[in-house]
Design a binder for this molecule. Structure first.
Ligand code: UDP
Length: 243
């Protein structure tokens, strides 16, 4: 089942079901794309048809954050829980190590993708690392990077370039890479590599992780200014009878 917010379909799957669905995509032998949709991205979709189009073409869209889970509830199409990029990546690494899938880490600052891959190798014994590469490159290097990734034939390709850059990159090059499942995971390599700490569990349980991120990384303030606008847009669209 799919929820629908502002014309974007969101798969109404919990974490375990999402992992099972990704397993199906890995087994399908055609390239597939999983998007972890956050409120900032969805809000921008209302003004940028390119972003809307990208979100509509992903094979699987997860509710990345409490804002999306809340909005789905308000819109009368609830999803079971949030499935964030970092949580999904960790679950998929676990699954990859037991299922024998190979994994490529593409993105983040020089050294961070390699450190994340090394951390994953330690945490998930037997995990096959197809490769890693940082996410700072010139436009003319993009095709070469895609070719290098293709040569390693990863089952899972984590792309951590931030949104919407990672979505645009996946859209452009997934066909060329021609295998595996690509997933945009934002700042997740920084967390896995230990460069950025996640909020403690009790704060996550209170659903306030977004607030800690905001306090720890004040540069996010500008970005998160859209959150109240997102809340208002959802209320206007789905509560005040405009739709
Ligand atoms: N990044 C990158 N290449 C770029 C711009 C950003 O690899 O050209 C990386 C950056 O180093 C960081 C991630 O993309 O690791 C973006 O993290 P952020 O927390 O902003 O992502 P979000 O999940 O919030 O979109």
């Amino acid at each position: 089942m799919r929820a629908n917010l502002f014309g974007v379909g969101i798969d109404a799957l919990g974490m375990e079901e999402t992992v099972a669905h990704v397993a199906g995509l890995v087994g399908s032998n055609r390239p597939a794309w999983v998007m972890t949709l956050n409120p900032e991205y969805l809000y921008q979709c209302r003004f940028d048809p390119r972003l809307l189009d990208l979100a509509r073409r992903a094979d699987l869209v997860t509710a990345d954050g409490e804002g999306i889970v809340w909005a789905c509830r308000v819109a009368g199409c609830p999803v079971p829980e949030r499935v964030t990029g970092i949580d999904l990546m960790l679950k998929l690494l676990e699954k990859a190590s037991s299922a024998g899938w190979s994994v490529y880490f593409f993105g983040a600052a020089p050294g961070v993708a390699a450190a994340a891959a090394e951390k994953a190798r330690q945490e998930y014994p037997g995990l096959k690392i197809a490769g890693s590469r940082h996410g700072y490159f010139q436009e003319h290097e993009e095709s070469r990077i895609a070719r290098e990734i293709k040569e390693t034939a990863p089952d899972l390709l984590f792309v951590a370039l931030g949104a919407p850059k990672q979505e645009m990159w996946i859209d452009e090059y997934l066909g060329e890479i021609d295998a595996g499942v690509a997933i945009g995971v934002g700042g997740s390599f920084d967390v896995l590599a230990g460069k950025v700490a996640r909020a403690p569990h009790w704060i996550r349980r209170l659903r306030l992780e977004w607030l800690t991120r905001l306090l720890r990384q004040p540069s996010r303030w500008r970005r998160q200014m859209v959150l109240p606008l997102f809340v208002w847009a959802v209320i206007k669209e789905y509560k005040l009878g405009k739709k």
